[in-house]
Design a protein around this ligand. Structure first.
Ligand code: NCD
Length: 316
């Protein structure tokens, strides 16, 4: 995969996903050591280019790069020449001339990582673009389910909430479908994208029906920043009908786990209790995020046609 872009789960084959998950399981061991560092990407440069707010994703790409001994440069629009109206593509070209080995891009507009990838020699990892895709989020969610349930194939996954604005939903639909799970979505009608069935999912407007037999329930954040101009039932009504709490969770299969990509609007998508306690696995998702980003940097970083990374020391 060296030198390839990771723009979306849509572009991956099942074998690619399996390879990333397997590599991430080895990376998780590195994170459990006292000294959480291996020399694998020594001398390589990772550029984080985040045009949109982020806590988890940016920090975990940074930690992932550092655990692999790469040099990590964080770039954010405030304080850059973007304030002087330099275009995004010119900024990208400028950074590319500094010869990074991989560039991680987040942007509020769908398709920007692809545009940047088209002008860069270094591979681009999409860290979330508009309502399009967020591939490393789906990969860490797959890893978390694999860890919790021992498999993904044959499970039923219900994704609840603001599907229409969610890049997390889109990437997870591709990912869980490719790995053999049944995927359902549940939301008020305005939050269900038109023609979503073409992605191989079933849409429900009744949360209760959508939960019947579910092994995994994934709640999504109401994307307040993307709601402008669209209809929303109101927070109180939303949380009464689609907000998850222990009582509603009883409709899912026994032992079902609850996931959320964060940040959680507490008391809206999830009750406080479910946000903080099992069966929710929110902090495991965060922990796995570091391992997945280590795996992705390891597998994709490197200029096209260049040498691969050093082998992972005593990790397999
Ligand atoms: C998500 C995002 O930014 O797409 N957060 C994340 O990366 N963990 C989801 C969200 O913002 O709701």
């Amino acid at each position: 995969m060296i030198g390839r872009d990771l723009l979306g789960i849509e572009d991956l084959e099942r074998e690619d996903i399996e390879r990333i998950l397997e590599t991430a399981m080895h990376m998780r061991e590195v994170g459990e050591r006292d000294v959480k560092k291996v020399p694998t990407l020594r001398g390589r440069t990772v550029v984080n280019l985040f045009f949109e707010a982020s806590t988890r994703t940016r920090a975990s790409f940074e930690i992932a790069g550092k655990r692999l001994s790469a040099d990590v440069v964080n770039f954010s629009p405030a304080g850059s020449s973007l304030k002087k109206d330099e275009s995004i593509l010119d900024t990208a070209r400028t950074l590319d001339a500094m010869d990074p080995d991989v560039v991680v891009v987040r942007h509020g507009v769908a398709g920007v990582p692809k545009r940047i990838a088209d002008v860069l020699a270094a591979p681009v990892i999409n860290a979330g673009d508009g309502a399009h895709e967020h591939p490393t989020q789906a990969l860490l969610d797959l890893l978390t389910v694999q860890q919790e349930k021992g498999r993904i194939d044959g499970l039923t996954v219900t994704i609840v909430g603001d599907i229409v604005h969610s890049r997390v939903a889109r990437s997870n639909i591709y990912g869980f479908r490719k790995m053999g799970a049944e995927v359902r979505i549940a939301a008020p009608p305005p939050m269900i994208p038109a023609n979503i069935e073409v992605l191989g999912v079933k849409a429900y407007t009744s949360l209760r029906e959508s939960l019947n037999g579910a092994d995994v329930v994934m709640a999504l954040r109401i994307q307040n920043e993307r709601l402008a101009g669209s209809w929303f039932p109101g927070v109180r009504e939303y949380s009464a009908t689609f907000g998850l709490d222990r009582a509603k969770l009883r409709h899912a299969r026994d032992g079902a786990i609850v996931m959320h990509p964060g940040p959680v609007n507490r008391g809206v998508e999830l009750s406080h209790d479910l946000t903080d306690h099992r069966p929710s696995v929110i902090l495991d998702q965060v922990r796995n995020g570091v391992a997945i980003r280590m795996a992705v940097l390891y597998l994709f970083a490197g200029r096209r046609g260049g040498d691969g990374p050093m082998p992972l020391p005593d990790v397999r």
